[in-house]
Design a protein. Structure first.
Length: 366
């Protein structure tokens, strides 16, 4: 069966849907026939093709989302004899074949306060429409699967969990001292508290600022607070809070990190903190665990299923609890137990396993 994949997101900003598509299909083409896959995206003439040379790559005719979702995609699928087309969140309005739609989460339904009104309205209409007419809906966690079934009325057998994963060849606890030296040289920070994620209200950076301020006032040696992520929707309140708490000298924002540097930043951290209000999965905590870093993370939505008992779970609304949990890890004389538990948990989430789940799912499509 010839399968088309909407890979336009690979040319976009670094986010979970990009990480998912890039890593999932890297493994899928290894476990199946790469000739079966056609990747539709924005491929530069000289750029290396991310899934190897055996698969076919087709350029979208323009970068317009409106054109891609209305009239440009259908003739391209027909011309390339695509029988099954894989999209994320929103499928084109008209296609000449069956579709798989990966919906990582429906947080715009359950937590609309963290999205713009325009985004909520668009997704409530188009994501629902895409899910209800898809041959299969894929999602990344049992939590998200349950919500999709509940909100969209999709039969359970049509919703498949194809989870996120971590690349254990890149995210590894080895050579920590080398990573610490590299990050200190490049960014001037060492033994810091780390969080990774776009700066937006849903990620709850303000609670982390409040928790960090408590630790500073207690004169606890914690190093800087390093945030890897670009400002996004509703970011101004975060920067205002930095000013209000007089934290500007203590907070370092790294808004652009390439795939090679990110594991080094994880390995150089003392503690990873992820106080998010809501996630469909949550990749950063397991990447941190794979790098041998203790994790403090929220007890909400899909996070407990992902990190299990291998990290300290906190109420994202309670910054005092966040502060206490960070301190609990910092004051440990021997962190080997929590580090080893974290690494074992991270090993449960591999892209090889995700690819196997994907291949098994599409074999059910008649």
């Amino acid at each position: 069966m010839r399968i088309g994949v909407d890979a336009h997101v690979l040319a976009g900003k670094f986010q979970g849907s990009r990480t998912y598509l890039l890593n999932l299909y890297n493994e899928v083409v290894k476990q199946s026939n790469p000739d079966d896959y056609v990747f539709f995206g924005h491929w530069g003439e000289q750029e290396a093709k991310p899934y190897g040379s055996n698969s076919k790559y087709i350029n979208f005719q323009s970068e317009s989302k409106l054109k891609r979702l209305t009239y440009q995609t259908s003739p391209m699928l027909k011309k390339n004899e695509i029988k099954l087309y894989h999209t994320q969140y929103i499928s084109p309005l008209m296609v000449p074949c069956d579709t798989i739609c990966t919906i990582h989460d429906v947080l715009f339904e359950t937590h609309p306060q963290f999205f713009s009104k325009k985004e909520v309205l668009r997704n409530k209409i188009l994501v629902r429409y895409s899910a209800q007419r898809a041959k299969q809906v894929h999602t990344v966690s049992q939590y998200s699967k349950n919500k999709i079934i509940e909100l969209y009325g999709i039969p359970e057998h049509k919703v498949k969990v194809v989870p996120n994963g971590v690349d254990l060849s890149r995210f590894t606890p080895e050579n920590k001292e080398e990573s610490k030296a590299l990050i200190e040289q490049k960014y001037g920070v060492r033994d810091f508290i780390l969080t990774v994620g776009r700066i937006e209200p849903r990620k709850n950076h303000i609670a982390l600022l409040n928790a960090y301020k408590i630790l500073l006032e207690k004169n606890i040696p914690i190093g800087k607070l390093v945030i890897v992520g670009k400002p996004d929707f509703g970011f101004q309140s975060f920067f205002n809070r930095i000013e209000e708490l007089n934290l500007k000298p203590y907070v370092q924002i790294i808004d652009s990190v390439d795939d090679e540097m990110l594991p080094h930043i994880y390995r150089a951290a003392s503690v990873f903190v992820y106080p998010t209000f809501a996630e469909g999965f949550g990749i950063p905590p397991i990447e941190a665990m794979a790098c041998g870093v203790p994790v403090v993370s929220s007890n909400s939505t899909a996070i407990p299923d992902v990190i299990g008992n291998a990290g300290l779970l906190i109420d994202p609304n309670d910054f005092i609890q966040i502060s206490d949990s960070i301190f609990k890890i910092i004051q440990l004389d021997d962190k080997r137990k929590i580090v080893n538990e974290g690494y074992r948990q991270a090993k449960k989430w591999t892209w090889q396993s995700a690819a196997s789940s994907y291949i098994c799912s599409i074999k059910e499509i008649k």
